[in-house]
Design a protein around this ligand. Structure first.
Ligand code: SAJ
Length: 462
């Protein structure tokens, strides 16, 4: 292993980052800030042009990123391109391309395969390739490695492989180091969260730890093998998804029994070793809904199957996904039932319902709408010819005065607990509505107060 790989240093180690999205761009900037010569590559020419001009293409509030990008572009520590040819200079290549799942929840590696084919044709002998994208366990060794070997003609030696003694061909090294970034905290998470460095050999894992120590000053950087690194990332998010599904199922039980899940949760969590998460109107975002499917894909998906002599029956992780994905429909049903019940007791049954939705992003105080439960709710309501009015303080098309947005609705549904909603005066809100119905998807409002103001109140778990 060449010195610039075994002991990565700004003076002699050239780093390339493939994929300049919300993971790749910050990590390219951080290694450039640490003094490395970094080549950033993305196939989207407009994105590359923006970055080359020092303009941050990432939406939303990312503290420090715009300034850092300007600094590293000005100092020319970071060069951005669309053409793979100069990656021949790279000693270390980080792959950060998208790894979505399809509507059968099977991983789609089109972008990953394309990146590996392009990289393979220019890969420098002895280079270290690190997959940072979240992939199904087994993908780095069973999908990435074969493509790189085939296209480059090099061999990737990895622990556990039967040594082929007469191996003359050049080699490259392989690693997996899943990212743990979050929208709104990209640089903070990158610098301060621990990382797991899975290497194709122990030496490679050690080299990876030395590399990441240049941008992660304090947090743990743990060497391990590639499969473990892939399992850790998908497991940590599947774990959270199952925890949330448990809270949601207890909420459904409380509703059926007339209990209050928020009281139940408060007292359960006083018991040692309990930490029941928050029930809610659904689970959105770019990772929690996807990673559980990546974790179990090798069990379900022939193409990603790891050679293993038995295929266990997997129940809990898919069932948790089903529970969480059902929550927006549960909120829709709760809301429509409340309106129908209210109408049954009053003469003015209007033909066209209009439902107001507070919050469209997937997470409080974020503008990220990926896999938003609100989007699912809107689709469900519109399919039933129900008009929807949406407010969200962070999503461009839904900004504006809350009361105006909710005017003349038959019900208001809180889907996201944006901080600004703490300022809502229920006495004013009730005046603007056609019917005094409030549905709380996040345990956000005080039910007693809402009922005192005159609302018909419904809530998840209440
Ligand atoms: N949610 C609940 N109940 C909860 C927690 C979350 O319904 O108790 C919902 C949220 O409303 C949201 C979705 O789940 O719609 C995801 O929320 P999240 O808090 O998990 O936020 P994410 O999706 O940004 O998850 C990220 C992940 N971090 C990385 O992938 C690096 C996750 O591993 C972290 O655990 C999580 O942030 C975190 O702890 O903040």
């Amino acid at each position: 292993m060449r010195a610039e790989i075994a002991n990565p240093n700004p003076e002699s180690t050239v780093i390339a980052v493939i994929g300049l999205g919300y993971v790749g761009l910050p990590v390219a900037c951080e290694f450039a800030r640490a003094g490395f010569c970094v080549i950033g590559l993305d196939i989207k020419a407009d994105r590359v042009a923006k970055i080359a001009a020092g303009i941050n293409p990432i939406e939303g509030n990312e503290p420090g990123l715009a300034e850092l990008l300007t600094e590293v572009i000005t100092s020319q520590r970071l060069r951005v391109i669309t053409d793979y040819s100069i990656l021949t200079e790279a000693d270390v290549v980080l792959i950060n391309v998208e790894t979505p799942v399809d509507d059968q929840y099977l991983p789609q590696y089109h972008a990953m395969r394309a990146a590996c084919r392009s990289l393979g044709s220019v890969l420098k002998s002895g280079a270290l390739v690190i997959v940072e994208s979240t992939v199904a366990p087994g993908t780095t060794l069973n999908v990435v490695r074969p493509i790189l070997e085939e296209i480059s003609g090099y061999t990737c030696k990895y622990d556990g492989q039967i040594e082929n003694q007469n191996q003359e061909s050049a080699t490259f090294y392989l690693g997996a180091c899943p990212e743990r970034v979050m929208p709104g905290r990209l640089l903070n998470n990158l610098r301060n969260l621990s990382r797991v460095c899975g290497g194709s050999s122990g030496t490679v894992a050690e080299a990876m730890c030395k590399l990441y120590r240049h941008i992660i000053p304090q947090a743990d950087i743990d060497p391990t093998d590639i499969l473990t690194a892939e399992l850790v990332k998908t497991t940590e998010n599947a774990y959270r998804d199952v925890q949330i599904a448990f809270a949601n199922e207890v909420a459904l039980i409380c509703e059926a029994m007339g209990g209050d899940v928020w009281k139940v949760r408060e007292f359960v969590n006083k018991s040692p070793g309990r930490n029941m998460l928050l029930p809610g109107a659904g689970v959105g975002g770019h990772c929690i809904p996807k990673d559980p499917w990546l974790l179990i894909a090798p069990i379900h998906d022939q193409s990603a199957r790891i050679e293993s002599n038995h295929q266990p029956n997997i129940y809990l992780i898919p069932a948790a996904r089903t529970v969480n994905e059902s929550m927006p429909a549960h909120v829709a049903e709760m809301t429509i039932n409340a309106i129908n019940k209210y109408d049954a007791q009053s003469a003015n049954r209007n033909p066209q319902y209009k439902i107001g939705i507070l919050g469209f992003s997937y997470l409080e105080d974020s503008d990220d709408t990926r896999h938003s439960p609100s989007e699912t709710l809107v689709t469900l309501l519109q399919r039933q010819q129900i008009e929807v009015a949406i407010h969200d303080p962070f999503v461009e098309e839904y900004k504006g005065d809350i009361y105006e947005r909710m005017a003349s609705c038959d019900a208001v549904v809180l889907m996201v607990k944006h901080s600004v909603y703490r300022t809502i005066d229920l006495k004013i809100l009730i005046q603007t509505l056609r019917k005094p119905i409030l549905v709380d998807g996040r345990g956000f409002f005080d039910r007693t107060h809402a009922q005192k103001v005159g609302f018909v109140f419904r809530g998840i778990g209440q």
